[in-house]
Design a protein around this ligand. Structure first.
Ligand code: IPE
Ligand code: IPE
Ligand code: MG
Length: 248
């Protein structure tokens, strides 16, 4: 597998892992079979990110809207999270992965919540890759919870309203300490955000692939990274300005 030069490696990748249901349907199996098959793809991208030197990976595992799915599918997903926490955390820890969960975790039952907190605590000192799993997460929720924290700081008299600028506000968002999101990937062929990281997506490069999540592997990740490496990120400037800055 070829490795792109380091400067073109995204520091932070976010992925909407979509297409599990369609993958299972094509095999005449229940949707939960597809979710389960998606675990292998998660291992592949984690391994790929470590190999490539990506610093942070944020995976959308369950959106705040996914509660609307049939109860048996929601139940199967929650069970899968429990299983994955039992089976995968040792290896992630050994591989130097720092695991965190972002989203409104208060909605989960105590046992699951506790395991998420414990896994985060246990891996807190790891530095190879920051792996953030978004569960019961919504980009709008994230902005609102940050606004609420800012309002509380003002109400306590600790913060002036004028001091709330973009940098200050960002510190209350779920991914405050994580490098800026460089690359957004969505599998499964749909071209939408589905309420993933709204704030962080402002200047991320967007990459969409037809590949269904259970089929996504290290080669698929490499293709996405290669595509990212070919893009010119201008951040509002002109192409000439970007070229001049790169030559310096
Ligand atoms: C993504 O796959 C996984 C979750 C939303 C939890 P889907 O279950 O949405 O798969 P499709 O989109 O129906 O194929
Ligand atoms: C987005 O996928 C959420 C996750 C991958 C967890 P969905 O399949 O729920 O998105 P929509 O409903 O098609 O927009
Ligand atoms: Mg879907």
């Amino acid at each position: 597998m070829t490795t792109t030069t380091l400067k073109h490696i995204p520091r932070h990748i976010g992925i909407v892992m979509d297409g599990n249901g369609r993958w299972a349907k094509a095999r005449r199996r229940p949707r939960s079979f597809g979710h389960n098959a998606g675990r292998k793809a998660v291992r592949e991208v984690v391994e790929g990110c470590i190999r490539q030197g990506v610093e942070a990976l944020t995976l959308f595992a369950f959106s705040s809207e996914n509660w609307q799915r049939p109860p048996d599918e929601v139940g199967a997903l929650l069970e899968l999270f429990m299983l994955a926490l039992d089976k995968e955390v040792d290896e992630l820890d050994q591989n130097g992965v720092r695991l965190r969960f972002i989203g409104d975790l208060s909605a989960f039952d105590k046992a699951l919540h506790k395991r998420m907190v414990e896994a985060a605590k246990r891996t807190a000192g790891n530095t190879k890759l920051q792996l953030n799993i978004a569960v019961n997460y919504g980009g709008r929720w994230d902005v609102v919870q940050a606004a609420r924290q800012a309002a509380m700081a003002v109400a306590r008299g600790e913060l002036a309203v004028d001091a709330i600028d973009e940098a200050a506000f960002e510190r209350w968002t779920s991914l405050a300490e994580v490098p800026p999101l460089d690359l957004f990937i969505r599998t499964g062929g749909d071209h939408r955000i589905s309420n993933f990281l709204l704030w962080q997506l402002a200047y991320a490069e967007l990459y969409f692939t037809e590949t269904l999540w259970p089929d996504f592997n290290q080669t698929s990740l490499q293709l996405a990274i290669n595509d990212f490496a070919r893009r010119e990120r201008r951040f509002g400037r002109t192409g000439d300005q970007v070229a001049q800055a790169a030559a310096r």
